[in-house]
Design a protein around this ligand. Structure first.
Ligand SMILES: [Zn+2]
Length: 336
């Protein structure tokens, strides 16, 4: 992960023009006006919030971070749009993508946070750069997520978004939300190819076969020290890095770290599910650096299944079957 001075949440630029159909995104104001007008034309009652999901519809909000890395890496928007397409066939589900980070809106010509966009979500995924610039740590966002968590909203964190500063600056919150987090100088981020050959029985692993992708699979998360909370963590993607991986170099900093080398032979967890104390569900997924790896149906399926699971939906017996094609992998890439 490359540190960047471009802090997510700093409103220093406007949203880019959307290259794909507007229907792929959370409807924009003019679309809402059109929709409201159409409702009136057909004699239906206009809703106060036309964009809101129907009461019996489950809604997942995908927060995709701002561009930060070279092409093909940290393609948060393109990845989130793949997830949205991947879940398009799930009945009763609405998936909204928020490119460029935390939902925002224009008020008096200024871009401001739009927390209301998350209020009726059943699950929120953050796939973005983390650390001190993590979208969940800006302004009052921790309080917003705590409020959502308290009412059972599912939470997911993918790739760099599993990293936050330790302690009160973010780690404590992430332990509440997800049971563990990537801690700088404790966790590691080598590029390697773990072989996920054995998956536990869990709704998230339904239909997921063995797979291996070469990616920046972080491991050695800082797990909660609370035994009861630890018991609610289910490792989902587990593999054993060889000593060459442990010796590095890691992506950043290059290491190696003595404590990582000392754990030679130990299995490591690259994805986990967490059942929170408040009854809500969460997951962490440390891959997702290399966009092309979403072309692996098993990597895709385990994340799509996880999104359904944290949203409280049933995961199909064979897992989510999507219609993603190789061509889809080339779509929506950030202009960088
Ligand atoms: Zn990365």
């Amino acid at each position: 992960m490359v540190r960047t001075s471009s802090r997510p949440g700093v409103l220093d630029r406007v949203r880019p023009a959307m290259p794909s159909p507007a229907s792929s995104f959370r409807p924009r104001p003019w679309l809402l006006l059109t929709a409201v007008a159409a409702l009136f034309l057909f004699g239906a009652c206009a809703r106060d919030t036309p964009a809101a999901a129907q009461p019996d519809t489950t809604r997942i909000a995908l927060i995709a971070g701002r561009p930060s890395h070279p092409p093909g890496m940290h393609e948060f928007r393109a990845g989130a749009l793949l997830m949205q397409k991947g879940l398009a066939g799930v009945a009763g589900l609405q998936v909204d993508v928020y490119p460029m980070g935390w939902p925002s809106k224009i008020v008096d010509g200024q871009e401001v946070d739009d927390h209301a966009a998350l209020e009726d979500a059943d699950a929120v995924l953050i796939y973005a750069d983390g650390g001190s610039g993590h979208p969940a740590l800006q302004r009052d966002h921790q309080a917003v997520l705590d409020r959502l968590a308290a009412r059972g909203v599912g939470l997911g964190f993918a790739h760099y978004a599993v990293e936050v500063p330790p302690g009160a600056d973010g780690g404590d919150a992430m332990l509440r939300w997800n049971g563990g987090f990537y801690e700088h100088l404790y966790s590691v981020n080598p590029m390697w190819r773990p072989e996920f050959t054995s998956l536990p029985t869990h709704p998230i692993t339904r239909g997921v076969g063995p797979f291996a992708t070469h990616d920046e699979w972080y491991f050695n998360m800082r797990w909660t020290g609370d035994a009861a909370a630890r018991a609610r963590i289910t490792p989902l993607l587990v593999a054993r890095p060889d000593d060459a991986v442990r010796r590095g170099p890691y992506v950043s900093p290059p290491g190696p770290y003595d404590h990582i080398i000392a754990d030679s032979g130990r299995d490591e967890t690259m994805m986990w599910a967490y059942e929170r104390a408040d009854g809500g569900r969460s997951f962490g997924f440390t891959g997702g650096h290399t966009h092309a790896n979403w072309g692996d149906v098993n990597q895709r399926r385990i994340v799509l299944n996880a999104l359904l699971w944290i949203a409280g939906m049933d995961v199909p017996a064979g897992g989510v079957v999507d219609t993603i094609t190789a061509a889809d992998l080339t779509m929506n890439l950030d202009d960088k």
